[in-house]
Design a protein around this ligand. Structure first.
Ligand code: PEP
Ligand code: MG
Length: 566
């Protein structure tokens, strides 16, 4: 058999070899001609299916947050919104009134919104996939369909599909599945994003040629080159296996011209620490402590928190652990704290605003635990404050640290004041970065929130996902401005938003002057490798050209061309 290569877009810099299983999201629908339809009965079936869908989405959100990441899990909130969308509800209702069986009513109700999204082009068009995901879920529930069970695939399977929804992708177990390829999709489609988080080899957007690949065929999924190789020869198979062994670099890395860049991991739960260590992270660049407060009935007390922070420091005795104080509100509610019902929680009381207001007690307890942890044993602790928008908030937070230190001193308890820093996540913080940097040891840019606030495009709103582009010149310029302010005031500058974990952006970020990059543990090896390939002078020139781009499209084209094309 001769080797045949199909091309698409590589989603993960990994390769896998395995046996094809075709997966179809389509369920068998009843023939509308044959069906006798009682709109009342169909309406009730629709309501029941919606309820089941809601329950499934909740479970999948939880599983995704655990397996893939909190950020990625947000897509299921968007799906819940689509389930309750009035345009869809009206569409279903009018199709039921026209005596269509509910499966067809659902299909018809989603058709227009899907077409509208597709018509918008660019990244927004990819949101049509979310609508399809919700539609297919409803139809599957209604049809009681049993398809290929993605949770139970045999080891070494390569999944081929027209498209994979976020829910489908989150069900793929990276230990068993060798990769996937889809007919549709681009680099920023959810399937591609999830594949990166799961370190799954994936090629998306292969086009209709993919349909010619038969069930049971042997294929190589080369997520780096964006190729699907059918009936690969021995050489190609071996090459695929070899790229799977990503080299773990345990030691800190430098650029090709010898500049040290710290590559750290983002963690949310103590169980993630070991994985971060195993992937070669130099330390923790973002410990999202709100996860310690979730899934329980009362907040962890000072001693429990102290133990948790000590555990992190002991996992990285030679590195630094940056703990972020509680960041709740927005999309991170904690049931026992009775958060206010706000019209727009992302612009409301979240992050440091709560710590300096209604959660002042929790803030103090957390700081006591942190200052105690900083005094003992191994490891270097740093503490940063989330969602700062004004220098006054920093003043208040620093005063609280001072008061906590005084109280511990008076009580005769051992403590040390750790390095202190501010997260740069709001335009307010960007424009006052010099004032902030002058008073702290470091700044860390949270591009997830910064992009949402600079672009006025809510994080969980899939309708404006196209605008949430961290490579937009406005976001790039905000980053550059922040880096400049930090260095002017001798503060080190890190980045802990998703952007930091994309090895394709490492050169740009080093060129912009970042000293530290922190990401989900899985991409640490790739980013470390990318750092080693960067020449800082070339990178600075590359970054300064990107900053001059007039539009996202121009900036992206420039960034993707890399310095090698210049
Ligand atoms: C960010 O906003 O970029 C960030 C890292 O914080 P989180 O994702 O936890 O809001
Ligand atoms: Mg944030």
């Amino acid at each position: 058999m001769t080797e045949r290569t199909l091309t698409g877009t590589g989603a993960t810099p990994r390769s896998g070899v395995g046996t094809v299983v075709w997966y179809s999201a389509d369920a068998d629908l009843p023939d509308p001609e044959d069906a006798t339809v009682d709109p009342e009965v169909e309406r009730k079936r629709f309501e029941d299916a919606r309820e089941t869908a809601r329950t499934e989405l909740e479970a999948e959100r939880e599983r995704t947050a655990e397996r893939v990441g909190e950020q990625e899990a947000g897509v299921f909130d968007a799906h819940r919104q689509f389930l309750a969308d009035p345009q869809i509800e009206d569409g279903v209702e009018s199709a039921l009134e026209a005596a269509l069986p509910v499966e067809h009513a659902v299909q018809r109700a989603f058709a227009d919104p899907i077409e509208q999204f597709e018509g918008m082009g660019g990244r927004t068009a990819e949101r049509a996939d979310d609508l399809r995901d919700v539609r297919d879920r409803l139809v599957r529930i209604l049809a009681g369909d049993d398809r290929v069970d993605l949770d139970e695939l045999p080891e070494g399977t390569v999944v081929l599909a027209e498209r994979l929804t976020p829910s489908d992708t989150a069900r793929l177990d990276p230990d068993r599945v060798a990769g996937f390829a889809t007919v549709t999709g681009g680099r920023t489609s959810h399937a591609a994003i999830f594949a990166r988080s799961l370190a799954l080899p994936a090629v998306v957007g292969v086009g209709d040629d993919l349909h010619d690949v038969t069930e049971g065929a042997t294929v190589v999924v080369d997520g780096d080159a964006g190729e699907l190789v059918v009936d690969p020869g021995d050489e190609r198979r071996e090459a695929a296996r070899a790229t799977n062994d990503v080299e773990i670099r345990e030691e800190p890395v430098t650029t090709a011209d010898g500049i040290g860049i710290e590559v750290a991991a983002n963690v949310g739960r103590p169980t993630e620490l070991e994985a971060a260590n195993a992937r070669g992270a130099d330390g923790v660049g973002l410990y999202r402590t709100e996860f310690l407060f979730l899934d329980r009935d009362a907040p962890p007390d000072e001693d429990e928190q102290y133990e948790t922070y000590r555990e992190a420091l002991e996992t990285f005795p030679d590195g630094r652990v940056v703990v972020r104080t509680l960041d709740i509100g927005g999309d991170k509610p904690i049931p026992y704290l009775e958060l206010p019902d706000e019209e727009n929680p992302f612009l409301g009381e979240r992050g440091i605003r709560r710590s300096l207001g209604p959660d002042a007690d929790l803030f103090e307890t957390q700081l006591r635990a942190l200052l105690r942890a900083a005094a003992d044993g191994e490891g270097r602790l740093a503490v940063m404050f989330p969602l700062v928008a004004t220098p006054e908030e920093l003043t208040d937070a620093l005063e609280t640290v001072g008061a906590v230190a005084d109280a511990l001193c008076e009580e005769g308890v051992d403590y040390a004041v750790p390095e202190l820093g501010v997260m740069i996540e709001t335009p307010g913080a960007v424009f006052t970065a010099p004032e902030l940097a002058a008073r702290v040891d470091f700044l860390s840019i949270g591009t997830n929130d910064l992009t949402q606030y600079v672009m006025a495009a809510a994080r969980e709103n899939e309708r404006v996902a196209g605008l949430r582009e961290p490579r937009h010149p406005a976001v790039l310029r905000a980053i550059a401005r922040t880096v400049e302010a930090a260095h002017e005031h001798d503060a080190w500058i890190g980045m802990c938003g998703e952007m930091a974990g994309d090895p394709e952006l490492t050169e740009l970020l080093v060129g912009l002057g970042l000293d530290e990059l922190s990401m989900s543990a899985v991409t640490v090896p790739e980013v470390k490798a990318a750092v080693q390939g960067v020449d800082t002078e070339d990178a600075a020139e590359h970054a300064s050209d990107a900053l001059e781009a007039a539009t996202s499209t121009e900036a992206i084209a420039h960034i993707e061309s890399g310095t090698t094309d210049r």
